[in-house]
Design a protein around this ligand. Structure first.
Ligand code: WTA
Length: 666
C-alpha cells in the first residue's frame, strides 16, 4: 500500500530552499509561546499535557492523565467530567466576557450578523432545548449538512451541550455521500438548510437531504435511523416538505427557553464523528473524545496563533464541514474566547478582492487559510490585494497541503507585508489538532517547511523498517507517543482503526505522509504516500472515485490518480476503459468525460469531479493485477515513464501516451 516516498518533485525545491526568517524581536517579546514550552514538555510530557488540560473548565477534575493500557486506543483525563459547549460559550459569560463578539458573520450576498458570547449562550441553549424536544439525547448522533452560517456552529455546540455526537457533512458532498454517512453513524436527526449562497446563486441543500433520507431507486427504503429533518431558512428557496418528518429550525428553536443546563460528560465521551477518505472506497468515520480533543484544540490554537483574545480578530477561512473548521473555528478559538470572522461564500464573489475587503473591514489580525487559495490569489495577481489595507494582519497560517516556497514567499510579502510570521501547520482529521508547526516568536521559519513537532508531541521520519532517518534523508512521517487530541477510533470498526494506522510500524502511528528531515532536522512534508489524494486541501481517495466511475454503465474499468496541479496542489485524473457492449461504445471522448464528471458529482460531490478524464483501451497493471498508479501519475504529469517491465503488458503505456498526445482525452 505504501508507495515510494522519495523522488517527489517537492524534493528538488527543498534542496535549493535555504531562506530562513528569524522571529521579529517585538513579536517575540509578547508571544504566547516561548522556548520554555519545549523545555517543560521535555521535562515531563504528561504533566505538560495535564497543565494544558487544566486550562479547560472541568465539572469534576481529573486525577489520571493518560491510560494507554488499551493501546492503540488512548484515554486521557478519563475520570474528569466537562462539557464542550460550556467551555466554548458559558464560561466566557460566567467570567464576564459575555459582551465580547464571538462572530462577525458575513454572508455571501453581503448580509452581516454580530454574535457576542452572550448571544451565543442564548442561541445554543435554545437550540439544545429544541433538540431535546425532538427526543435527541446523550450519545445520539446528529448529521449536520449546512452552509457556513452561524447556525452551523450553533448546531454543533447544541449537540455537544446535550452530549449528542455531531457528524458534520460538508455541503459539497452529494446525496449519496450524505446517505452513506447518515447510515454509518445511524443519525437520528439531520440538520440542514433550504440552501446556501455560492458564487451568487443558491446552492440547494434540502433537496439533497430528501434524496439521501427518502426511499429512492438507489435506496429502496428510507434511511432507517432518521426521525426528523430540521431545516434552517437561509436562502428562502422553495423546498418540498415531508409532513411529520421535516421541521423548520425557527419553529422548533425560537420558542424554546434560553436557559439550559449542560450535560456533563466524561472526558472520553465522543464529541463528534467526522468522515474522511481513506485508501478504500468506504469513508472512515473518525471519532474524537471530549476532554483530550478540546485540550489539543485550545492549547495549539493559543500557542500557534498567538491568540490575544482581547484584541485579536481571527479568521480561519476553512469550512466547518472539515476538521479545520471543527478545531480552528468552533472549538479551539471559542474556548480561547476569540473574536472571529465567519464568511459564507467564495473568495471571488462578487469580486476577487472579497477576502481582502473583509480583512480590511473587520481589522483581521490573524488569518489562517490553505495553499490552494494562496496560489489562486497569486494567479489573480497582487494588484488585487494591493487595493486593500491589510496592515491589521500580524500572523498568517497555512494548512491542508505542502505549501510551495514560492506561495509561502508571496503570502509573506503581499499579504503579510513582510512582517507577519507564517505558521505552516501540519495535522490531520485523525490528529485532531496541529502537531507540526513553527511557534511564532520562537522558531526561525523556513518557506515550505512545517518544521518542528509541537511541544509534547513525539514525531519522527522513519525508513521502511521503522528506523529513524538521519538529517538530510526522507521517509515516512510517524507519531511515536499518544497525544490528547488523537482520534479514538473509526466509528464501529476497531479493526480498521488498528490496521489503517498502527500496522505499518511497530508501536507507531503512521500518518500516510512522506517527509524529509533537512540538515537541521526540520521536517518538510512531501505529500501522501498512500492512495489518498489531496485536492485543494481536501482528502479524496482514488478507490472511492474509481468505485463511482465503474458504477456508471459505460465504464468497464477505471484508474484514478492525483496529478500535480499548479493551483489545487493535486487534481483528479481518471483513466477509463469504456465497455464495448454498451451504449457508451460510440460516445466521443468528450461525451464520455462529460457524462462521467456529472456522474462522479452525483455519487460523491463536486469536489471529486475529475479534472481530466482519459479514455484508454486498457489500464496498466502488474502481473498480479494491481493498477500501477505510479505510471499513470507519470503520464498524467507528463513525465517520462521509466521502467515498465513489471507491467503485464508494456504496450499499454505506449497506447495511453499516444492517446494523450493525440488529444483523445479531455
Ligand atoms: C495534508 C487537514 C503538508 C497531509 C488539517 C495530511 C499537509 C492531510 C499540511 C490531512 C501541511 C495537512 N503540509 N501537508 N501543513 N496540512 N496536510 O485530514 O497529507 O483533511 O495527511 O486534515 O493533509 O488532511 P485532513
Amino acid at each position: 500500500m505504501v508507495n515510494d516516498a522519495h523522488g517527489s518533485p517537492a524534493l528538488s525545491a527543498i534542496h535549493t530552499e535555504t531562506r530562513s526568517f528569524p522571529p521579529n524581536v517585538r513579536f517575540a517579546a509578547h508571544a504566547n509561546a516561548t522556548n520554555f514550552e519545549y523545555k517543560k514538555a521535555e521535562a515531563d510530557r504528561l504533566e505538560y499535557w495535564a497543565e494544558a488540560a487544566k486550562r479547560l473548565s472541568w465539572r469534576e477534575p481529573f486525577t489520571e492523565i493518560l491510560d494507554w493500557s488499551k493501546a492503540p486506543v488512548s484515554r486521557w483525563f478519563h475520570d474528569g467530567t466537562l462539557n464542550a459547549c460550556d467551555n466554548a460559550v458559558d464560561r466566557h459569560v460566567r467570567e464576564g466576557r459575555g459582551d465580547r463578539v464571538a462572530f462577525h458573520f458575513v454572508g455571501e450576498p453581503g448580509d452581516t450578523q454580530t454574535l457576542t458570547y452572550a448571544d451565543m449562550l442564548r442561541e445554543v441553549s435554545k437550540a439544545a432545548n429544541g433538540l431535546i424536544s425532538l427526543g435527541v439525547g446523550k450519545g445520539d448522533r446528529v448529521a449536520i449538512y449546512l452552509p457556513q452560517i452561524p447556525e452551523a456552529v450553533i448546531a454543533m455546540l447544541a449537540c455537544a451541550r446535550i452530549g449528542a455526537v455531531h457528524s458534520v457533512v460538508f455541503g459539497g458532498f452529494s446525496a449519496e455521500s450524505l446517505r452513506q454517512r447518515i447510515d454509518d453513524a445511524e443519525a437520528k436527526l439531520v440538520i440542514t438548510a433550504d440552501g446556501g449562497n455560492r458564487r451568487g446563486t443558491h446552492l440547494p441543500l434540502k433537496p439533497l437531504v430528501d434524496e439521501a433520507v427518502s426511499a429512492t431507486e438507489h435506496h429502496p427504503t428510507p434511511a432507517a435511523s432518521v426521525e426528523n429533518v430540521l431545516v434552517v431558512r437561509r436562502t428562502g428557496q422553495d423546498t418540498e416538505w415531508h409532513e411529520g418528518r421535516d421541521l423548520w429550525w425557527h419553529d422548533v428553536v425560537d420558542p424554546q427557553s434560553d436557559v439550559h443546563e449542560p450535560e456533563w460528560v466524561e472526558a472520553e465521551h465522543p464529541l463528534f464523528i467526522l468522515y474522511t477518505s481513506g485508501t478504500t472506497g468506504k469513508p472512515k468515520g473518525l471519532w474524537h473524545s471530549t476532554g483530550g480533543y478540546l485540550t489539543g484544540a485550545a492549547h495549539t490554537h493559543r500557542l500557534v496563533f498567538d491568540i490575544k483574545p482581547e484584541t485579536d480578530v481571527y479568521w480561519c477561512s476553512a469550512d466547518v464541514g472539515w476538521i479545520t473548521g471543527h478545531t480552528y473555528i468552533v472549538y479551539g478559538p471559542m474556548i480561547n474566547g476569540t473574536t472571529q470572522v465567519l464568511y459564507e461564500g467564495t473568495p471571488d464573489t462578487p469580486h476577487q478582492g472579497r477576502w481582502w475587503e473583509i480583512i480590511q473591514e473587520y481589522g483581521v489580525t490573524v488569518f489562517y487559510t490553505a495553499p490552494t487559495a494562496i496560489r489562486t490569489f497569486m494567479k489573480w495577481g497582487e494588484s488585487i490585494p494591493d487595493q486593500y489595507d491589510l496592515t491589521s494582519l500580524r500572523l498568517l497560517g497555512s494548512v491542508g497541503e505542502p505549501i510551495n516556497p514560492a506561495a509561502w514567499m508571496w503570502y509573506r510579502r503581499v499579504i503579510g507585508g513582510d512582517k507577519c510570521p507564517i505558521v505552516d501547520t501540519w495535522w490531520q482529521t485523525e490528529t485532531g489538532s496541529i502537531l507540526l508547526s513553527p511557534l511564532p516568536g520562537v522558531t526561525a521559519t523556513k518557506p515550505g517547511s512545517a518544521q518542528t513537532p509541537m511541544p509534547g508531541i513525539v514525531m519522527d521520519v522513519v525508513d521502511d523498517a521503522g528506523r529513524s532517518v538521519s538529517n538530510g534523508e526522507g521517509g515516512y512521517l510517524v507519531i511515536k507517543e499518544p497525544w490528547p487530541s488523537m482520534l479514538r477510533g473509526i466509528w464501529g470498526d476497531h479493526h480498521r482503526y488498528v490496521s489503517t494506522y498502527w500496522n505499518h510500524f511497530d508501536g507507531m502511528y503512521f500518518a500516510g505522509d512522506g517527509a524529509k528531515k533537512d540538515i537541521d532536522g526540520d521536517i518538510w512534508l512531501l505529500g501522501r504516500v498512500d492512495d489518498v489524494m489531496n485536492v485543494s486541501g481536501h482528502r479524496l481517495s482514488t478507490a472511492e472515485i474509481e468505485h463511482a466511475l465503474v458504477s456508471h454503465e459505460w465504464v468497464a474499468e477505471a484508474a484514478v490518480v492525483g496529478a500535480s496541479d499548479e493551483t489545487t496542489g493535486q487534481a483528479v485524473v481518471a483513466f477509463v476503459v469504456v465497455r464495448t457492449d454498451g451504449s457508451g461504445a460510440d460516445a466521443s471522448g468528450e461525451e464520455v468525460a462529460d457524462a462521467l464528471r456529472k456522474h462522479v458529482r452525483k455519487e460523491i460531490g463536486s469536489i471529486a469531479k475529475p479534472r481530466t478524464i482519459l479514455v484508454v483501451n486498457e489500464v496498466p497493471k502488474t502481473r498480479s493485477g494491481k493498477i500501477m498508479r505510479r505510471l499513470l501519475r507519470d503520464v498524467a504529469e507528463h513525465r517520462d515513464v521509466g521502467d515498465v517491465t513489471t507491467l503485464a503488458d508494456s504496450s499499454v503505456m505506449d497506447a495511453i501516451r499516444d492517446g494523450l498526445e493525440s488529444g483523445k482525452g479531455d
